[in-house]
Design a protein around this ligand. Sequence first.
Ligand code: SF4
Length: 370
Amino acid sequence: MKESVTVEKFRELFKTRDSVAAEWKKAGNKVVGCVSTYTPEEIIYAAEALPVEVMCRAETFSKADAYLPSFACSFMRGFLEVLLEERYGYLDLLTLPSLCDSSRGFYGIWKQISDKPYAYLLHYPTNRSEEASEYFAEEIERFKNFMEDFVGKNVSEKDLRNAIDVYNENRRLLKKLYWLRRKESPPISGVEALEVVLSSMTTPKNLHNQLLERLLREITEREDYPEGGVRLLVSGHIVDDPDVLKVIEDSGGIIVSDDLDSGSRYFWNLVDSEAKPIEGISRRYIRIPSPYGSPIKDRINYLKLMVKAFHVEGIIFLTRKFCEPYLFDYVTLGQAVKEEGIPSLYLEYEYPLARGALKTRVEAFVEMLR
Ligand code: SF4
């Protein structure tokens, strides 16, 4: 399939993310590694540092296994492995939201074995009350103070408002791109959409916004529309390798929407730009429907909304091996979508991908939906 140059541009950006970060550093700025979906990137941006999502794709865990038990999730084992391999030697700082036992465990271990990069734990609330929002706002304020010391720059209200505008713009543009996938023939495949979002998580947002505007002008004119197929939605954690979705789309499905940390959940909600900046940021980040403290009904409603809006025929739940939060939620989510008459398939994976086995299961699911 011939590709549009502009879609290719996002793929390239994602693939060359290390050089993008290196360029940023060369200009004398700091680079901050994140689990971006839940790290308020606006603070990092306002402090003139570059937030980049750390991609944890590791096929072996020879270094990480010296510190983590083999039943720790493959995401965190991969995270530790890539850091110990110094694949992210350019990071000045690592921010970690306390989302689950594995992320908290990772933080404790990293503190014992290294301070390069220095790790900062952001305490993410485990419920969605007004008090939780206030608590998280205080936590974000502390993080802002820390960033100010770290980069040696005062972050003013104006800086924060500017960061909110730039990030909201990126979210609006990504949402526009996603809405195009509601069409009977979506102009962008699930793999390509993932590449666009992943590149947003690793590229300076101003540049990404400019490219997205161009993509939106050109995408519907492309001559090489993706092949159609059964309309699928994928639900799960961060998918940091587009190959995972490629296996699905090579099996007769087209992914038209998602409920992923590296997909719609990264940008669906905006920060209320009328609110006080820190409060607005806090509310936005704790409203992401996730397994880290959201009432399960929020996740169910979000899935239903996506299924309806994007004319989804089947859901694939994608879980990293030994990922407890998603495994626990899956029981209720799977039941809820069944009651709605939406067929679903549960897939667990780790790297290296067991392509053959995954493909066989997706093909059988797609065949059933046909
Ligand atoms: S959410 Fe799951 S995959 Fe992610 S760090 Fe926690 S246990 Fe691991």
